[in-house]
Design a binder for this molecule. Sequence first.
Ligand code: GDP
Length: 550
Amino acid sequence: MSTVQAQVTDARRVILQRTRNIGIIAHIDAGKTTTTERILFYTGRVHRPGEVHEGSATMDWMVQERERGITITAAATTCFWRDHRINIIDTPGHVDFTVEVERSLRVLDGGVVVFDGVHGVEPQSETVWRQADKYRVPRICFINKLDRIGANYERAIEMIRERLKARPAVIQWPIGLESDFRGIIDLIDFRARLYHDELGQNIEDAEVPEDYREVAQSWRHALVEQIAESNEELMLKYLEGEELTPEELRAGLRAAAITGQLVPVLCGSALKNKGIQLLLDAIVDYLPSPLDIPPVQGTNPLTGETEIREADEEAPLAALAFKIQADPHVGRLTYVRVYSGRLTSGTYVYNSTKNERERVSRLLRMHANHREEIEYVGAGDICAVIGLKKTFTGDTLSDPDRPILLEAIQFPEPVISVAVEPKTRADQDKLALALQRLAEEDPTFQVRIDPESGQTIISGMGELHLEVIVDRMLREFRVGANIGRPQVAYKETITRPVRVEGRFVRQTGGRGQYGHVWLELEPLPRGGGFIFEDRIVGGVVPKEFIPAVE
Ligand code: GDP
């Protein structure tokens, strides 16, 4: 390799080392949206916290998401912090959308799990935690809302240990709580950050306050011990009584966080603008770069042999489509994660899942408040593609000469259906088009015509899922339609009145488990499915999880 080539390769490695593909994962209402908005604010992409431009600005750009307080659309937004590129892959927080969470988990390298400092670990946090375990996603925890009455940092840490069976590495301690929450102690460098203004920009770097020394010392001691235990070299030093430097502690914790041995825990209040810059530091310090994760594996569709592709731009292309979005400006956007090689605008790629050639016409990098057109996107990065017509969520894009097929994303069968009827003849065509578009975006949403009644039946993962779809149909596509009563697709398991509290494994269509939640189950009057938090969720409850009570 020539010196110039070697320099180029080195430069590419540095770019990769400075890339983070992350998701912000949370129970609904824990503060994911607020945290994301603050991240975009501090990384300089949005002018005021919470400032949102309809249509393209922050993550929650859909109107009904705002109204319902849920996030459905898995967009990917890029921002920069300390010379690092952070791609934030949006993940939804509601139980009906766990499939969306799962597909985001598939393409991200690390996660920030946001908890409500009052409630700690909530049922849905446990569900997403298990999903993240399944994909071995390294995580950091952000205990949010410490300004709220009843906030309890220590209890939240305990819940992470007890309920999630994780090993929390507490790297921060709050100064004051509830309305008195005014600062954060960094236990690694043993300094305090005191917040002096509303926007969290005037931060004083100070000594740890006298009355916090003891508690902070004891947590620091535990942290140093945990980090030393995870690393032989540091352990030897520690045993010899040598002081571990903050740099050594960070490096040790980074390694342990990436392997999942330890989960760094941070605190703050997104709403009150406290702790977000430190959270960004932790994303850079403790979450993996694309070089820190194992190379992607797939099969050669021609020979059936296993292939491994390193995160290297020089290697042949291997990319996974993870989200299709109908876009009002450019039509269809396909979000892809590139694992190896390069995706270049104006070129042809091979969709190895569909056995089709497709033309990539343009590539976009989505920022909080603008879209940047780019020439190519390299290994380890994420972008939105314009021009792909036959590519769907879960499809692999590869080099026509060096095809590879990555493992497909598994989607469970829908569990609940409703009939939709156009109000007028004019609505009929609009309805068909809207449903086609929506089904293209969302692999867990299905449309069929009932052969007996001729009615259009739409099916999804739960009542809320279908409500959102119907809402979009009316709002975005302006279809006039009447909606029938929800019917649960599976008629089994619960046929008599039972009420169950406890853990269970939700199964759908016999495809295995995809979640753990605490439930109060009630049978539906018509049999089949169950009611969870007043909504029909559907699905099959395995018999062993239904105690033999009345
Ligand atoms: P998401 O459902 O996880 O996206 O949560 P949101 O970010 O929409 O927040 C849910 C609610 O909690 C909103 O009313 C927020 O204003 C509020 N919230 C978010 N972060 C904080 C916080 O740090 N402190 C307090 N007191 N409220 C917060």
